[in-house]
Design a protein around this ligand. Structure first.
Ligand SMILES: C[S@@+](CC[C@H](N)C(=O)[O-])C[C@H]1O[C@@H](n2cnc3c(N)ncnc32)[C@H](O)[C@@H]1O
Length: 513
């Protein structure tokens, strides 16, 4: 387990304890005793096999899961895309964890008291193409804003107060989403302040339309959006379009037995979701830091390399891919299991995340640990040193954090250092450097400046280049004698990498003494 994840759970700060479920964990027979309407949708009741091949049975299941686990009342129709709840919730939970991860880890509050931090008062997100179900906004509010679901304990101190701006282009989906908003007023006295649904007029309109968002009254700072999420229309307009030829798809009254959604819900231009994601990426280049984290679902593993190509072509350096795996093979039961790239999908979805700020997320929030996905993540943000390999008999002793700290930073020019006592096992400090001050070139420059110091040079040295700043957290695990370096903030990976090399050299010096 990642040391950060371990720490979170030890400090009881993990949002994961809100609710955890997937279809495999559900005992359908038991659920049908509580919700008898489910009984008629079994493929085989005696064998406890639910029918995942029928649209009506999927609708009933999604409605009941939302009711049972999230107190959400939702209307779903055969005309629209039916949301599978486990994967939808995984996406919402992932975003909550991203925001949560730097809400409490002190980097933002200690060093970056600017727009990148999250405030308890308002965490605004955007859901592009919310669909008729309004699924993501309702899940956010129910799972994370609804304080009544939880005891008044310290956990609440770490809850974020979400407000979601949801956009939708399709008239019928928009109306349906409005109805679903009205049916869920019990989720909060002022739900219509928390969820705003914005109607998008035309396909060529911007996906991220700040002119429209600015008209929303109850948002304090519209240029300080914490995240954007999107489940794009998947298919290319050229693909199996014949399925729709004889049917008036955009007619709300029409029941579509064979299809699983409106044409406009599922289809987009020549390359489907790739075109949609490309448009989103292009627009993000205009808005940059008005939105802290841009995210988007990718439905197929094989699309990831194309998406990353677009990211790289646009010189975006802070990005990652994260796998969402609901361990759900129910609706793929008959497809052969294989380990090749093609079938890596099997019920999974992938999140592309990118940002124009320099905050670096812990590895557990990317799929850096998965060989097949590692190459699609921009960096490895963590570095582990086994101190036992430096000192055989006497690994650096308990309470020796000061020793390590001195070994690493004494004599260096740093602008801030904060100690963080985590618990009995972990000690930690966070340090901010204005540039790579451990490098030979910096030391040489410093020496030269001292010799030739004049007023002009003094002034020059005070100018800080934001792009050079780097923040690193160092955690010392007493129990296992491990030292962890976490890259928390910075533009250049090579600066972090260089600090890891410097750390190893300093530790070697410590041992030799
Ligand atoms: C795949 S569905 C996702 C629906 C829902 N978010 C979910 O995950 O179940 C894509 C949605 O995006 C909407 N959409 C397509 N183009 C859009 C645009 N330009 N602006 C806003 N919504 C759009 C579609 O009408 C559809 O509801």
């Amino acid at each position: 387990m990642s040391v950060i994840l371990q720490l979170n759970s030890e400090l009881n700060l993990n949002s994961q304890n809100v609710v955890e479920f997937n279809y495999k964990l559900i005992n359908f027979k038991e659920l049908s005793i509580e919700y008898p309407s489910l009984k008629s949708f079994f493929a085989d009741y005696e064998e406890n096999i639910y029918n995942f091949n029928d649209q009506n049975s999927l609708i009933e299941l999604s409605k009941i899961l939302l009711k049972k686990f999230f107190s959400i009342n939702i209307s779903l129709s055969l005309n629209f895309l039916i949301p599978r709840i486990p994967i939808r919730f995984l996406y919402v939970k992932y975003i909550n964890e991203i925001l949560f991860s730097y809400h409490f880890d002190n980097v933002s509050s200690l060093f970056l008291a600017d727009s990148t931090g999250t405030e308890k008062t308002e965490t605004v997100g955007i859901d592009i193409g919310t669909g008729s179900s309004l699924i993501y906004p309702l899940l956010f509010i129910s799972a994370y804003n609804n304080h009544n679901n939880h005891n008044n304990n310290s956990e609440d101190d770490y809850k974020l107060d979400y407000k979601i701006i949801a956009t939708e282009i399709n008239n019928y989906s928009f109306e349906f989403a409005m109805d679903n908003l009205k049916s869920n007023k019990h989720l909060g006295s002022n739900l219509e302040d928390k969820i705003n649904i914005v109607k998008i007029s035309k396909n060529d309109d911007p996906l991220i339309d700040f002119d429209k968002f600015k008209l929303i009254k109850n948002i304090n700072n519209i240029e300080n959006i914490k995240f954007l999420m999107c489940n794009p229309p998947f298919y290319s307009n050229n693909y199996s379009i014949s399925r729709f030829n004889n049917t008036n798809i955009d007619n709300k009254e029409e029941t579509l037995k064979k299809t699983i959604g409106l044409k406009s819900e599922l289809y987009y231009k020549e390359n489907g979701e790739l075109d949609f994601i490309q448009k989103l990426i292009k627009e993000s280049l205009v808005h940059k830091n008005k939105i802290c984290w841009y995210t988007c679902l990718i439905s197929k593993f094989k699309l990831i390399s194309n998406v990353i190509l677009i990211i790289k072509e646009n010189n975006i350096s802070n990005y990652l891919i994260h796998e969402l795996n609901p361990s759900n093979d129910f609706y793929n039961q008959n497809s052969p299991i294989s380990n090749d790239n093609k079938s890596y999908n099997r019920g999974k979805r992938f999140v592309l995340l990118w940002s124009f700020n320099y905050i670096r997320l812990p590895n557990y929030l990317s799929s850096n640990n998965k060989l097949i996905l590692k190459k699609y993540c921009s960096n490895n943000n963590e570095f582990k040193v086994d101190l036992k390999s430096f000192i055989k008999d006497d690994p650096i002793e308990k309470n020796n954090m000061e020793l390590i700290k001195n070994c690493l930073i004494s004599g260096l020019d740093y602008s801030n250092v904060k100690d963080l006592k985590l618990n009995n096992i972990f000690d930690s400090f966070i340090i901010k450097f204005d540039e790579n001050v451990w490098s030979r070139s910096y030391k040489r420059r410093l020496k030269f400046n001292k010799i030739n110091e004049n007023d002009n040079m003094k002034k020059k040295r005070k100018v800080i280049n934001e792009d050079e700043i780097i923040i690193i957290q160092i955690i010392y695990d007493h129990l296992n004698s491990h030292l962890y370096l976490f890259w928390k903030y910075g533009k250049y990976y090579k600066t972090f990498e260089s600090f890891t090399g410097y750390t190893l050299r300093q530790l070697n010096n410590l041992i030799e003494k």
